[in-house]
Design a protein around this ligand. Sequence first.
Ligand SMILES: NC(=O)c1ccc[n+]([C@@H]2O[C@H](COP(=O)([O-])OP(=O)(O)OC[C@H]3O[C@@H](n4cnc5c(N)ncnc54)[C@H](OP(=O)(O)O)[C@@H]3O)[C@@H](O)[C@H]2O)c1
Length: 233
Amino acid sequence: MTEHTSLVVGGTSGIGLATARLLRQRGATVHVVGRTERPIDPELIPHRADGGDPEQMAAVVDKIGPIDWLVVALSGAEGAGPIADLDVATLRRAFDGKFWAHLTTIRAVLPRLAPTGSITLIGAISARAAMPGTAGLAAINGAVEAMVRPLANELAPIRVNGVSPGVVDTPWWSGMPAEQRRFYFEQVARQLPTRRVATAEEVAEVVALAATNPNLTGTVVEADGGARIAALT
Ligand SMILES: NC(=O)c1ccc[n+]([C@@H]2O[C@H](COP(=O)([O-])OP(=O)(O)OC[C@H]3O[C@@H](n4cnc5c(N)ncnc54)[C@H](OP(=O)(O)O)[C@@H]3O)[C@@H](O)[C@H]2O)c1
């Protein structure tokens, strides 16, 4: 794997950071993008840019040169809540923060992506788990995941896959007070077939597989602890 170059957009925290570390451990040169300065492992190459900004992303891609594996792991934290309480402006921001940023990143990286390369998008199981209060998240992640199959045909032989996590213990949840988060995670764990909330490292294993396996394209891997078959409330 020594000759491969990976770009993980949203790679300075959570699932993206765990994926970046894993790909680096396996010998790839790994670039990570985030909007803010964060402490990062010295063996990862950091870039500050907004995945939703085409100029900023083009500048990053110009610096890197040819890219083999693009992983898009960014997202905002908005979009959850009962539909009656969810105003359209919030939902538009949430789409900007995830769907439009995914699309913008893909378009910016495409000119430098190797024909033998891959794109891996991170959706979420809210796209099909039917949990009340997740219609907004379902719409955003459904839109991200819906791109996978047509893009896999359109961009072939570049491979395009998605990974659809369930609840993962990452800083994404830091907006929820710690005690409330602990209670929520315990409740989720009880309802999941796996009886546990996933770690970023567990999801990263699946993301790395999707990014690197030459036989995998046009698929969304449900790395969700069985959330799609559980009656989550
Ligand atoms: N955690 C979960 O339970 C869960 C469940 C299902 C799906 N997911 C999905 O998994 C993906 C990763 O989530 P996570 O839990 O790992 O979140 P996280 O720990 O909050 O990490 C998000 C990363 O994305 C970066 N980022 C956010 N917006 C960006 C932008 N516009 N441009 C560039 N970088 C950006 C953040 O850095 P900066 O803020 O510095 O930019 C950070 O590095 C997301 O798409 C999320 O929706 C998460």
